[in-house]
Design a protein around this ligand. Sequence first.
Ligand code: PLP
Length: 334
Amino acid sequence: MSVIDLRSDTVTQPTPGMREAMLAAELGDDVYGEDPTVNRLEASLAARLGFAAGLFVPTGTMSNLLGLMAHCERGDEYLVGQQAHTYKYEGGGAAVLGSIQPQPLEMEADGSLDLARVEAAIKADDFHFARTRLLALENTMQGKVLPQAYLAAARELTRRHGLALHLDGARLFNAAVMLGVEAIEITRHFDSVSVCLSKGLGAPVGSVLCGSAELIGKARRLRKMVGGGMRQAGVLAAAGLYALEHQVARLAEDHANAERLATGLGELGYAVEPVQTNMVYVQLDQQADALKAFCAERHIRLIAAPRLRLVTHLDFAAADVPRVLEAFAAFRRP
Ligand SMILES: *Cc1c(COP(=O)(O)O)cnc(C)c1O
């Protein structure tokens, strides 16, 4: 029986077409700027998102870190959501490595930060305070898509206060596909954007940070400093280029499969949150460990969490939905 893995959209295998593209990639030493495939990935994604320059990095964590460090000096501060990846799930890197103070803020149910709360948190120009330099948003945020009008309002607010605006767009293309817009309609509001190629897009490794030529110049220096300068990285960039060309529109299938799972689980009596993209959240209370073990016996891999997250992806097919629903149904049966 094949394994169904719903823990994350990072668990995908490169598709045959992607492997072929990796094998055929033209390579050079990227630290010398001589890898034509890396250069093509950086330039093409930056252009697609409306930026002057891009930087290929191994992970989304590094991409966000370099973005924050390129915008902020030591002792500056950034405003960020309590549940945001940059704040909660990146080892405190901005503080540890960048000496950037995070000012975390409570988040709204839709994944946004209330802009009145943001404005109230911006510190006055006073030597007692850290200098508030940047607002970081995340889209999608736990599978939720930030409203376009909200992004415009956040841009207006940050412009008025002289703050930079950074997007952790690990799943930017899920948001764009859900809205039915080109990704640039989202990214045009931001000064910098980090995009993961290794999530729903299905590449094995890699993220790209996009911004102005000046910002990316700084980030390139910082990338070397943190050990992220790679050599014949075009073998990885080729996977990213392939994903961006062939595996964006299909994210709609992941969203449809998440919807199917949510509908089925709802019918079984599970407490399911509304689905927007490729994540289904189920409120389980105390049964999380038992459900994980029960599903593992049926070759279905889950994380154990009271608020269980199921993530659909390239290697999860519509035909897998019934098997998951049967397992969840059997788990509930007395
Ligand atoms: C996964 C993720 C990252 C970090 O990416 P890694 O490649 O795992 O370091 C950043 N932000 C969000 C929202 C993510 O989901």
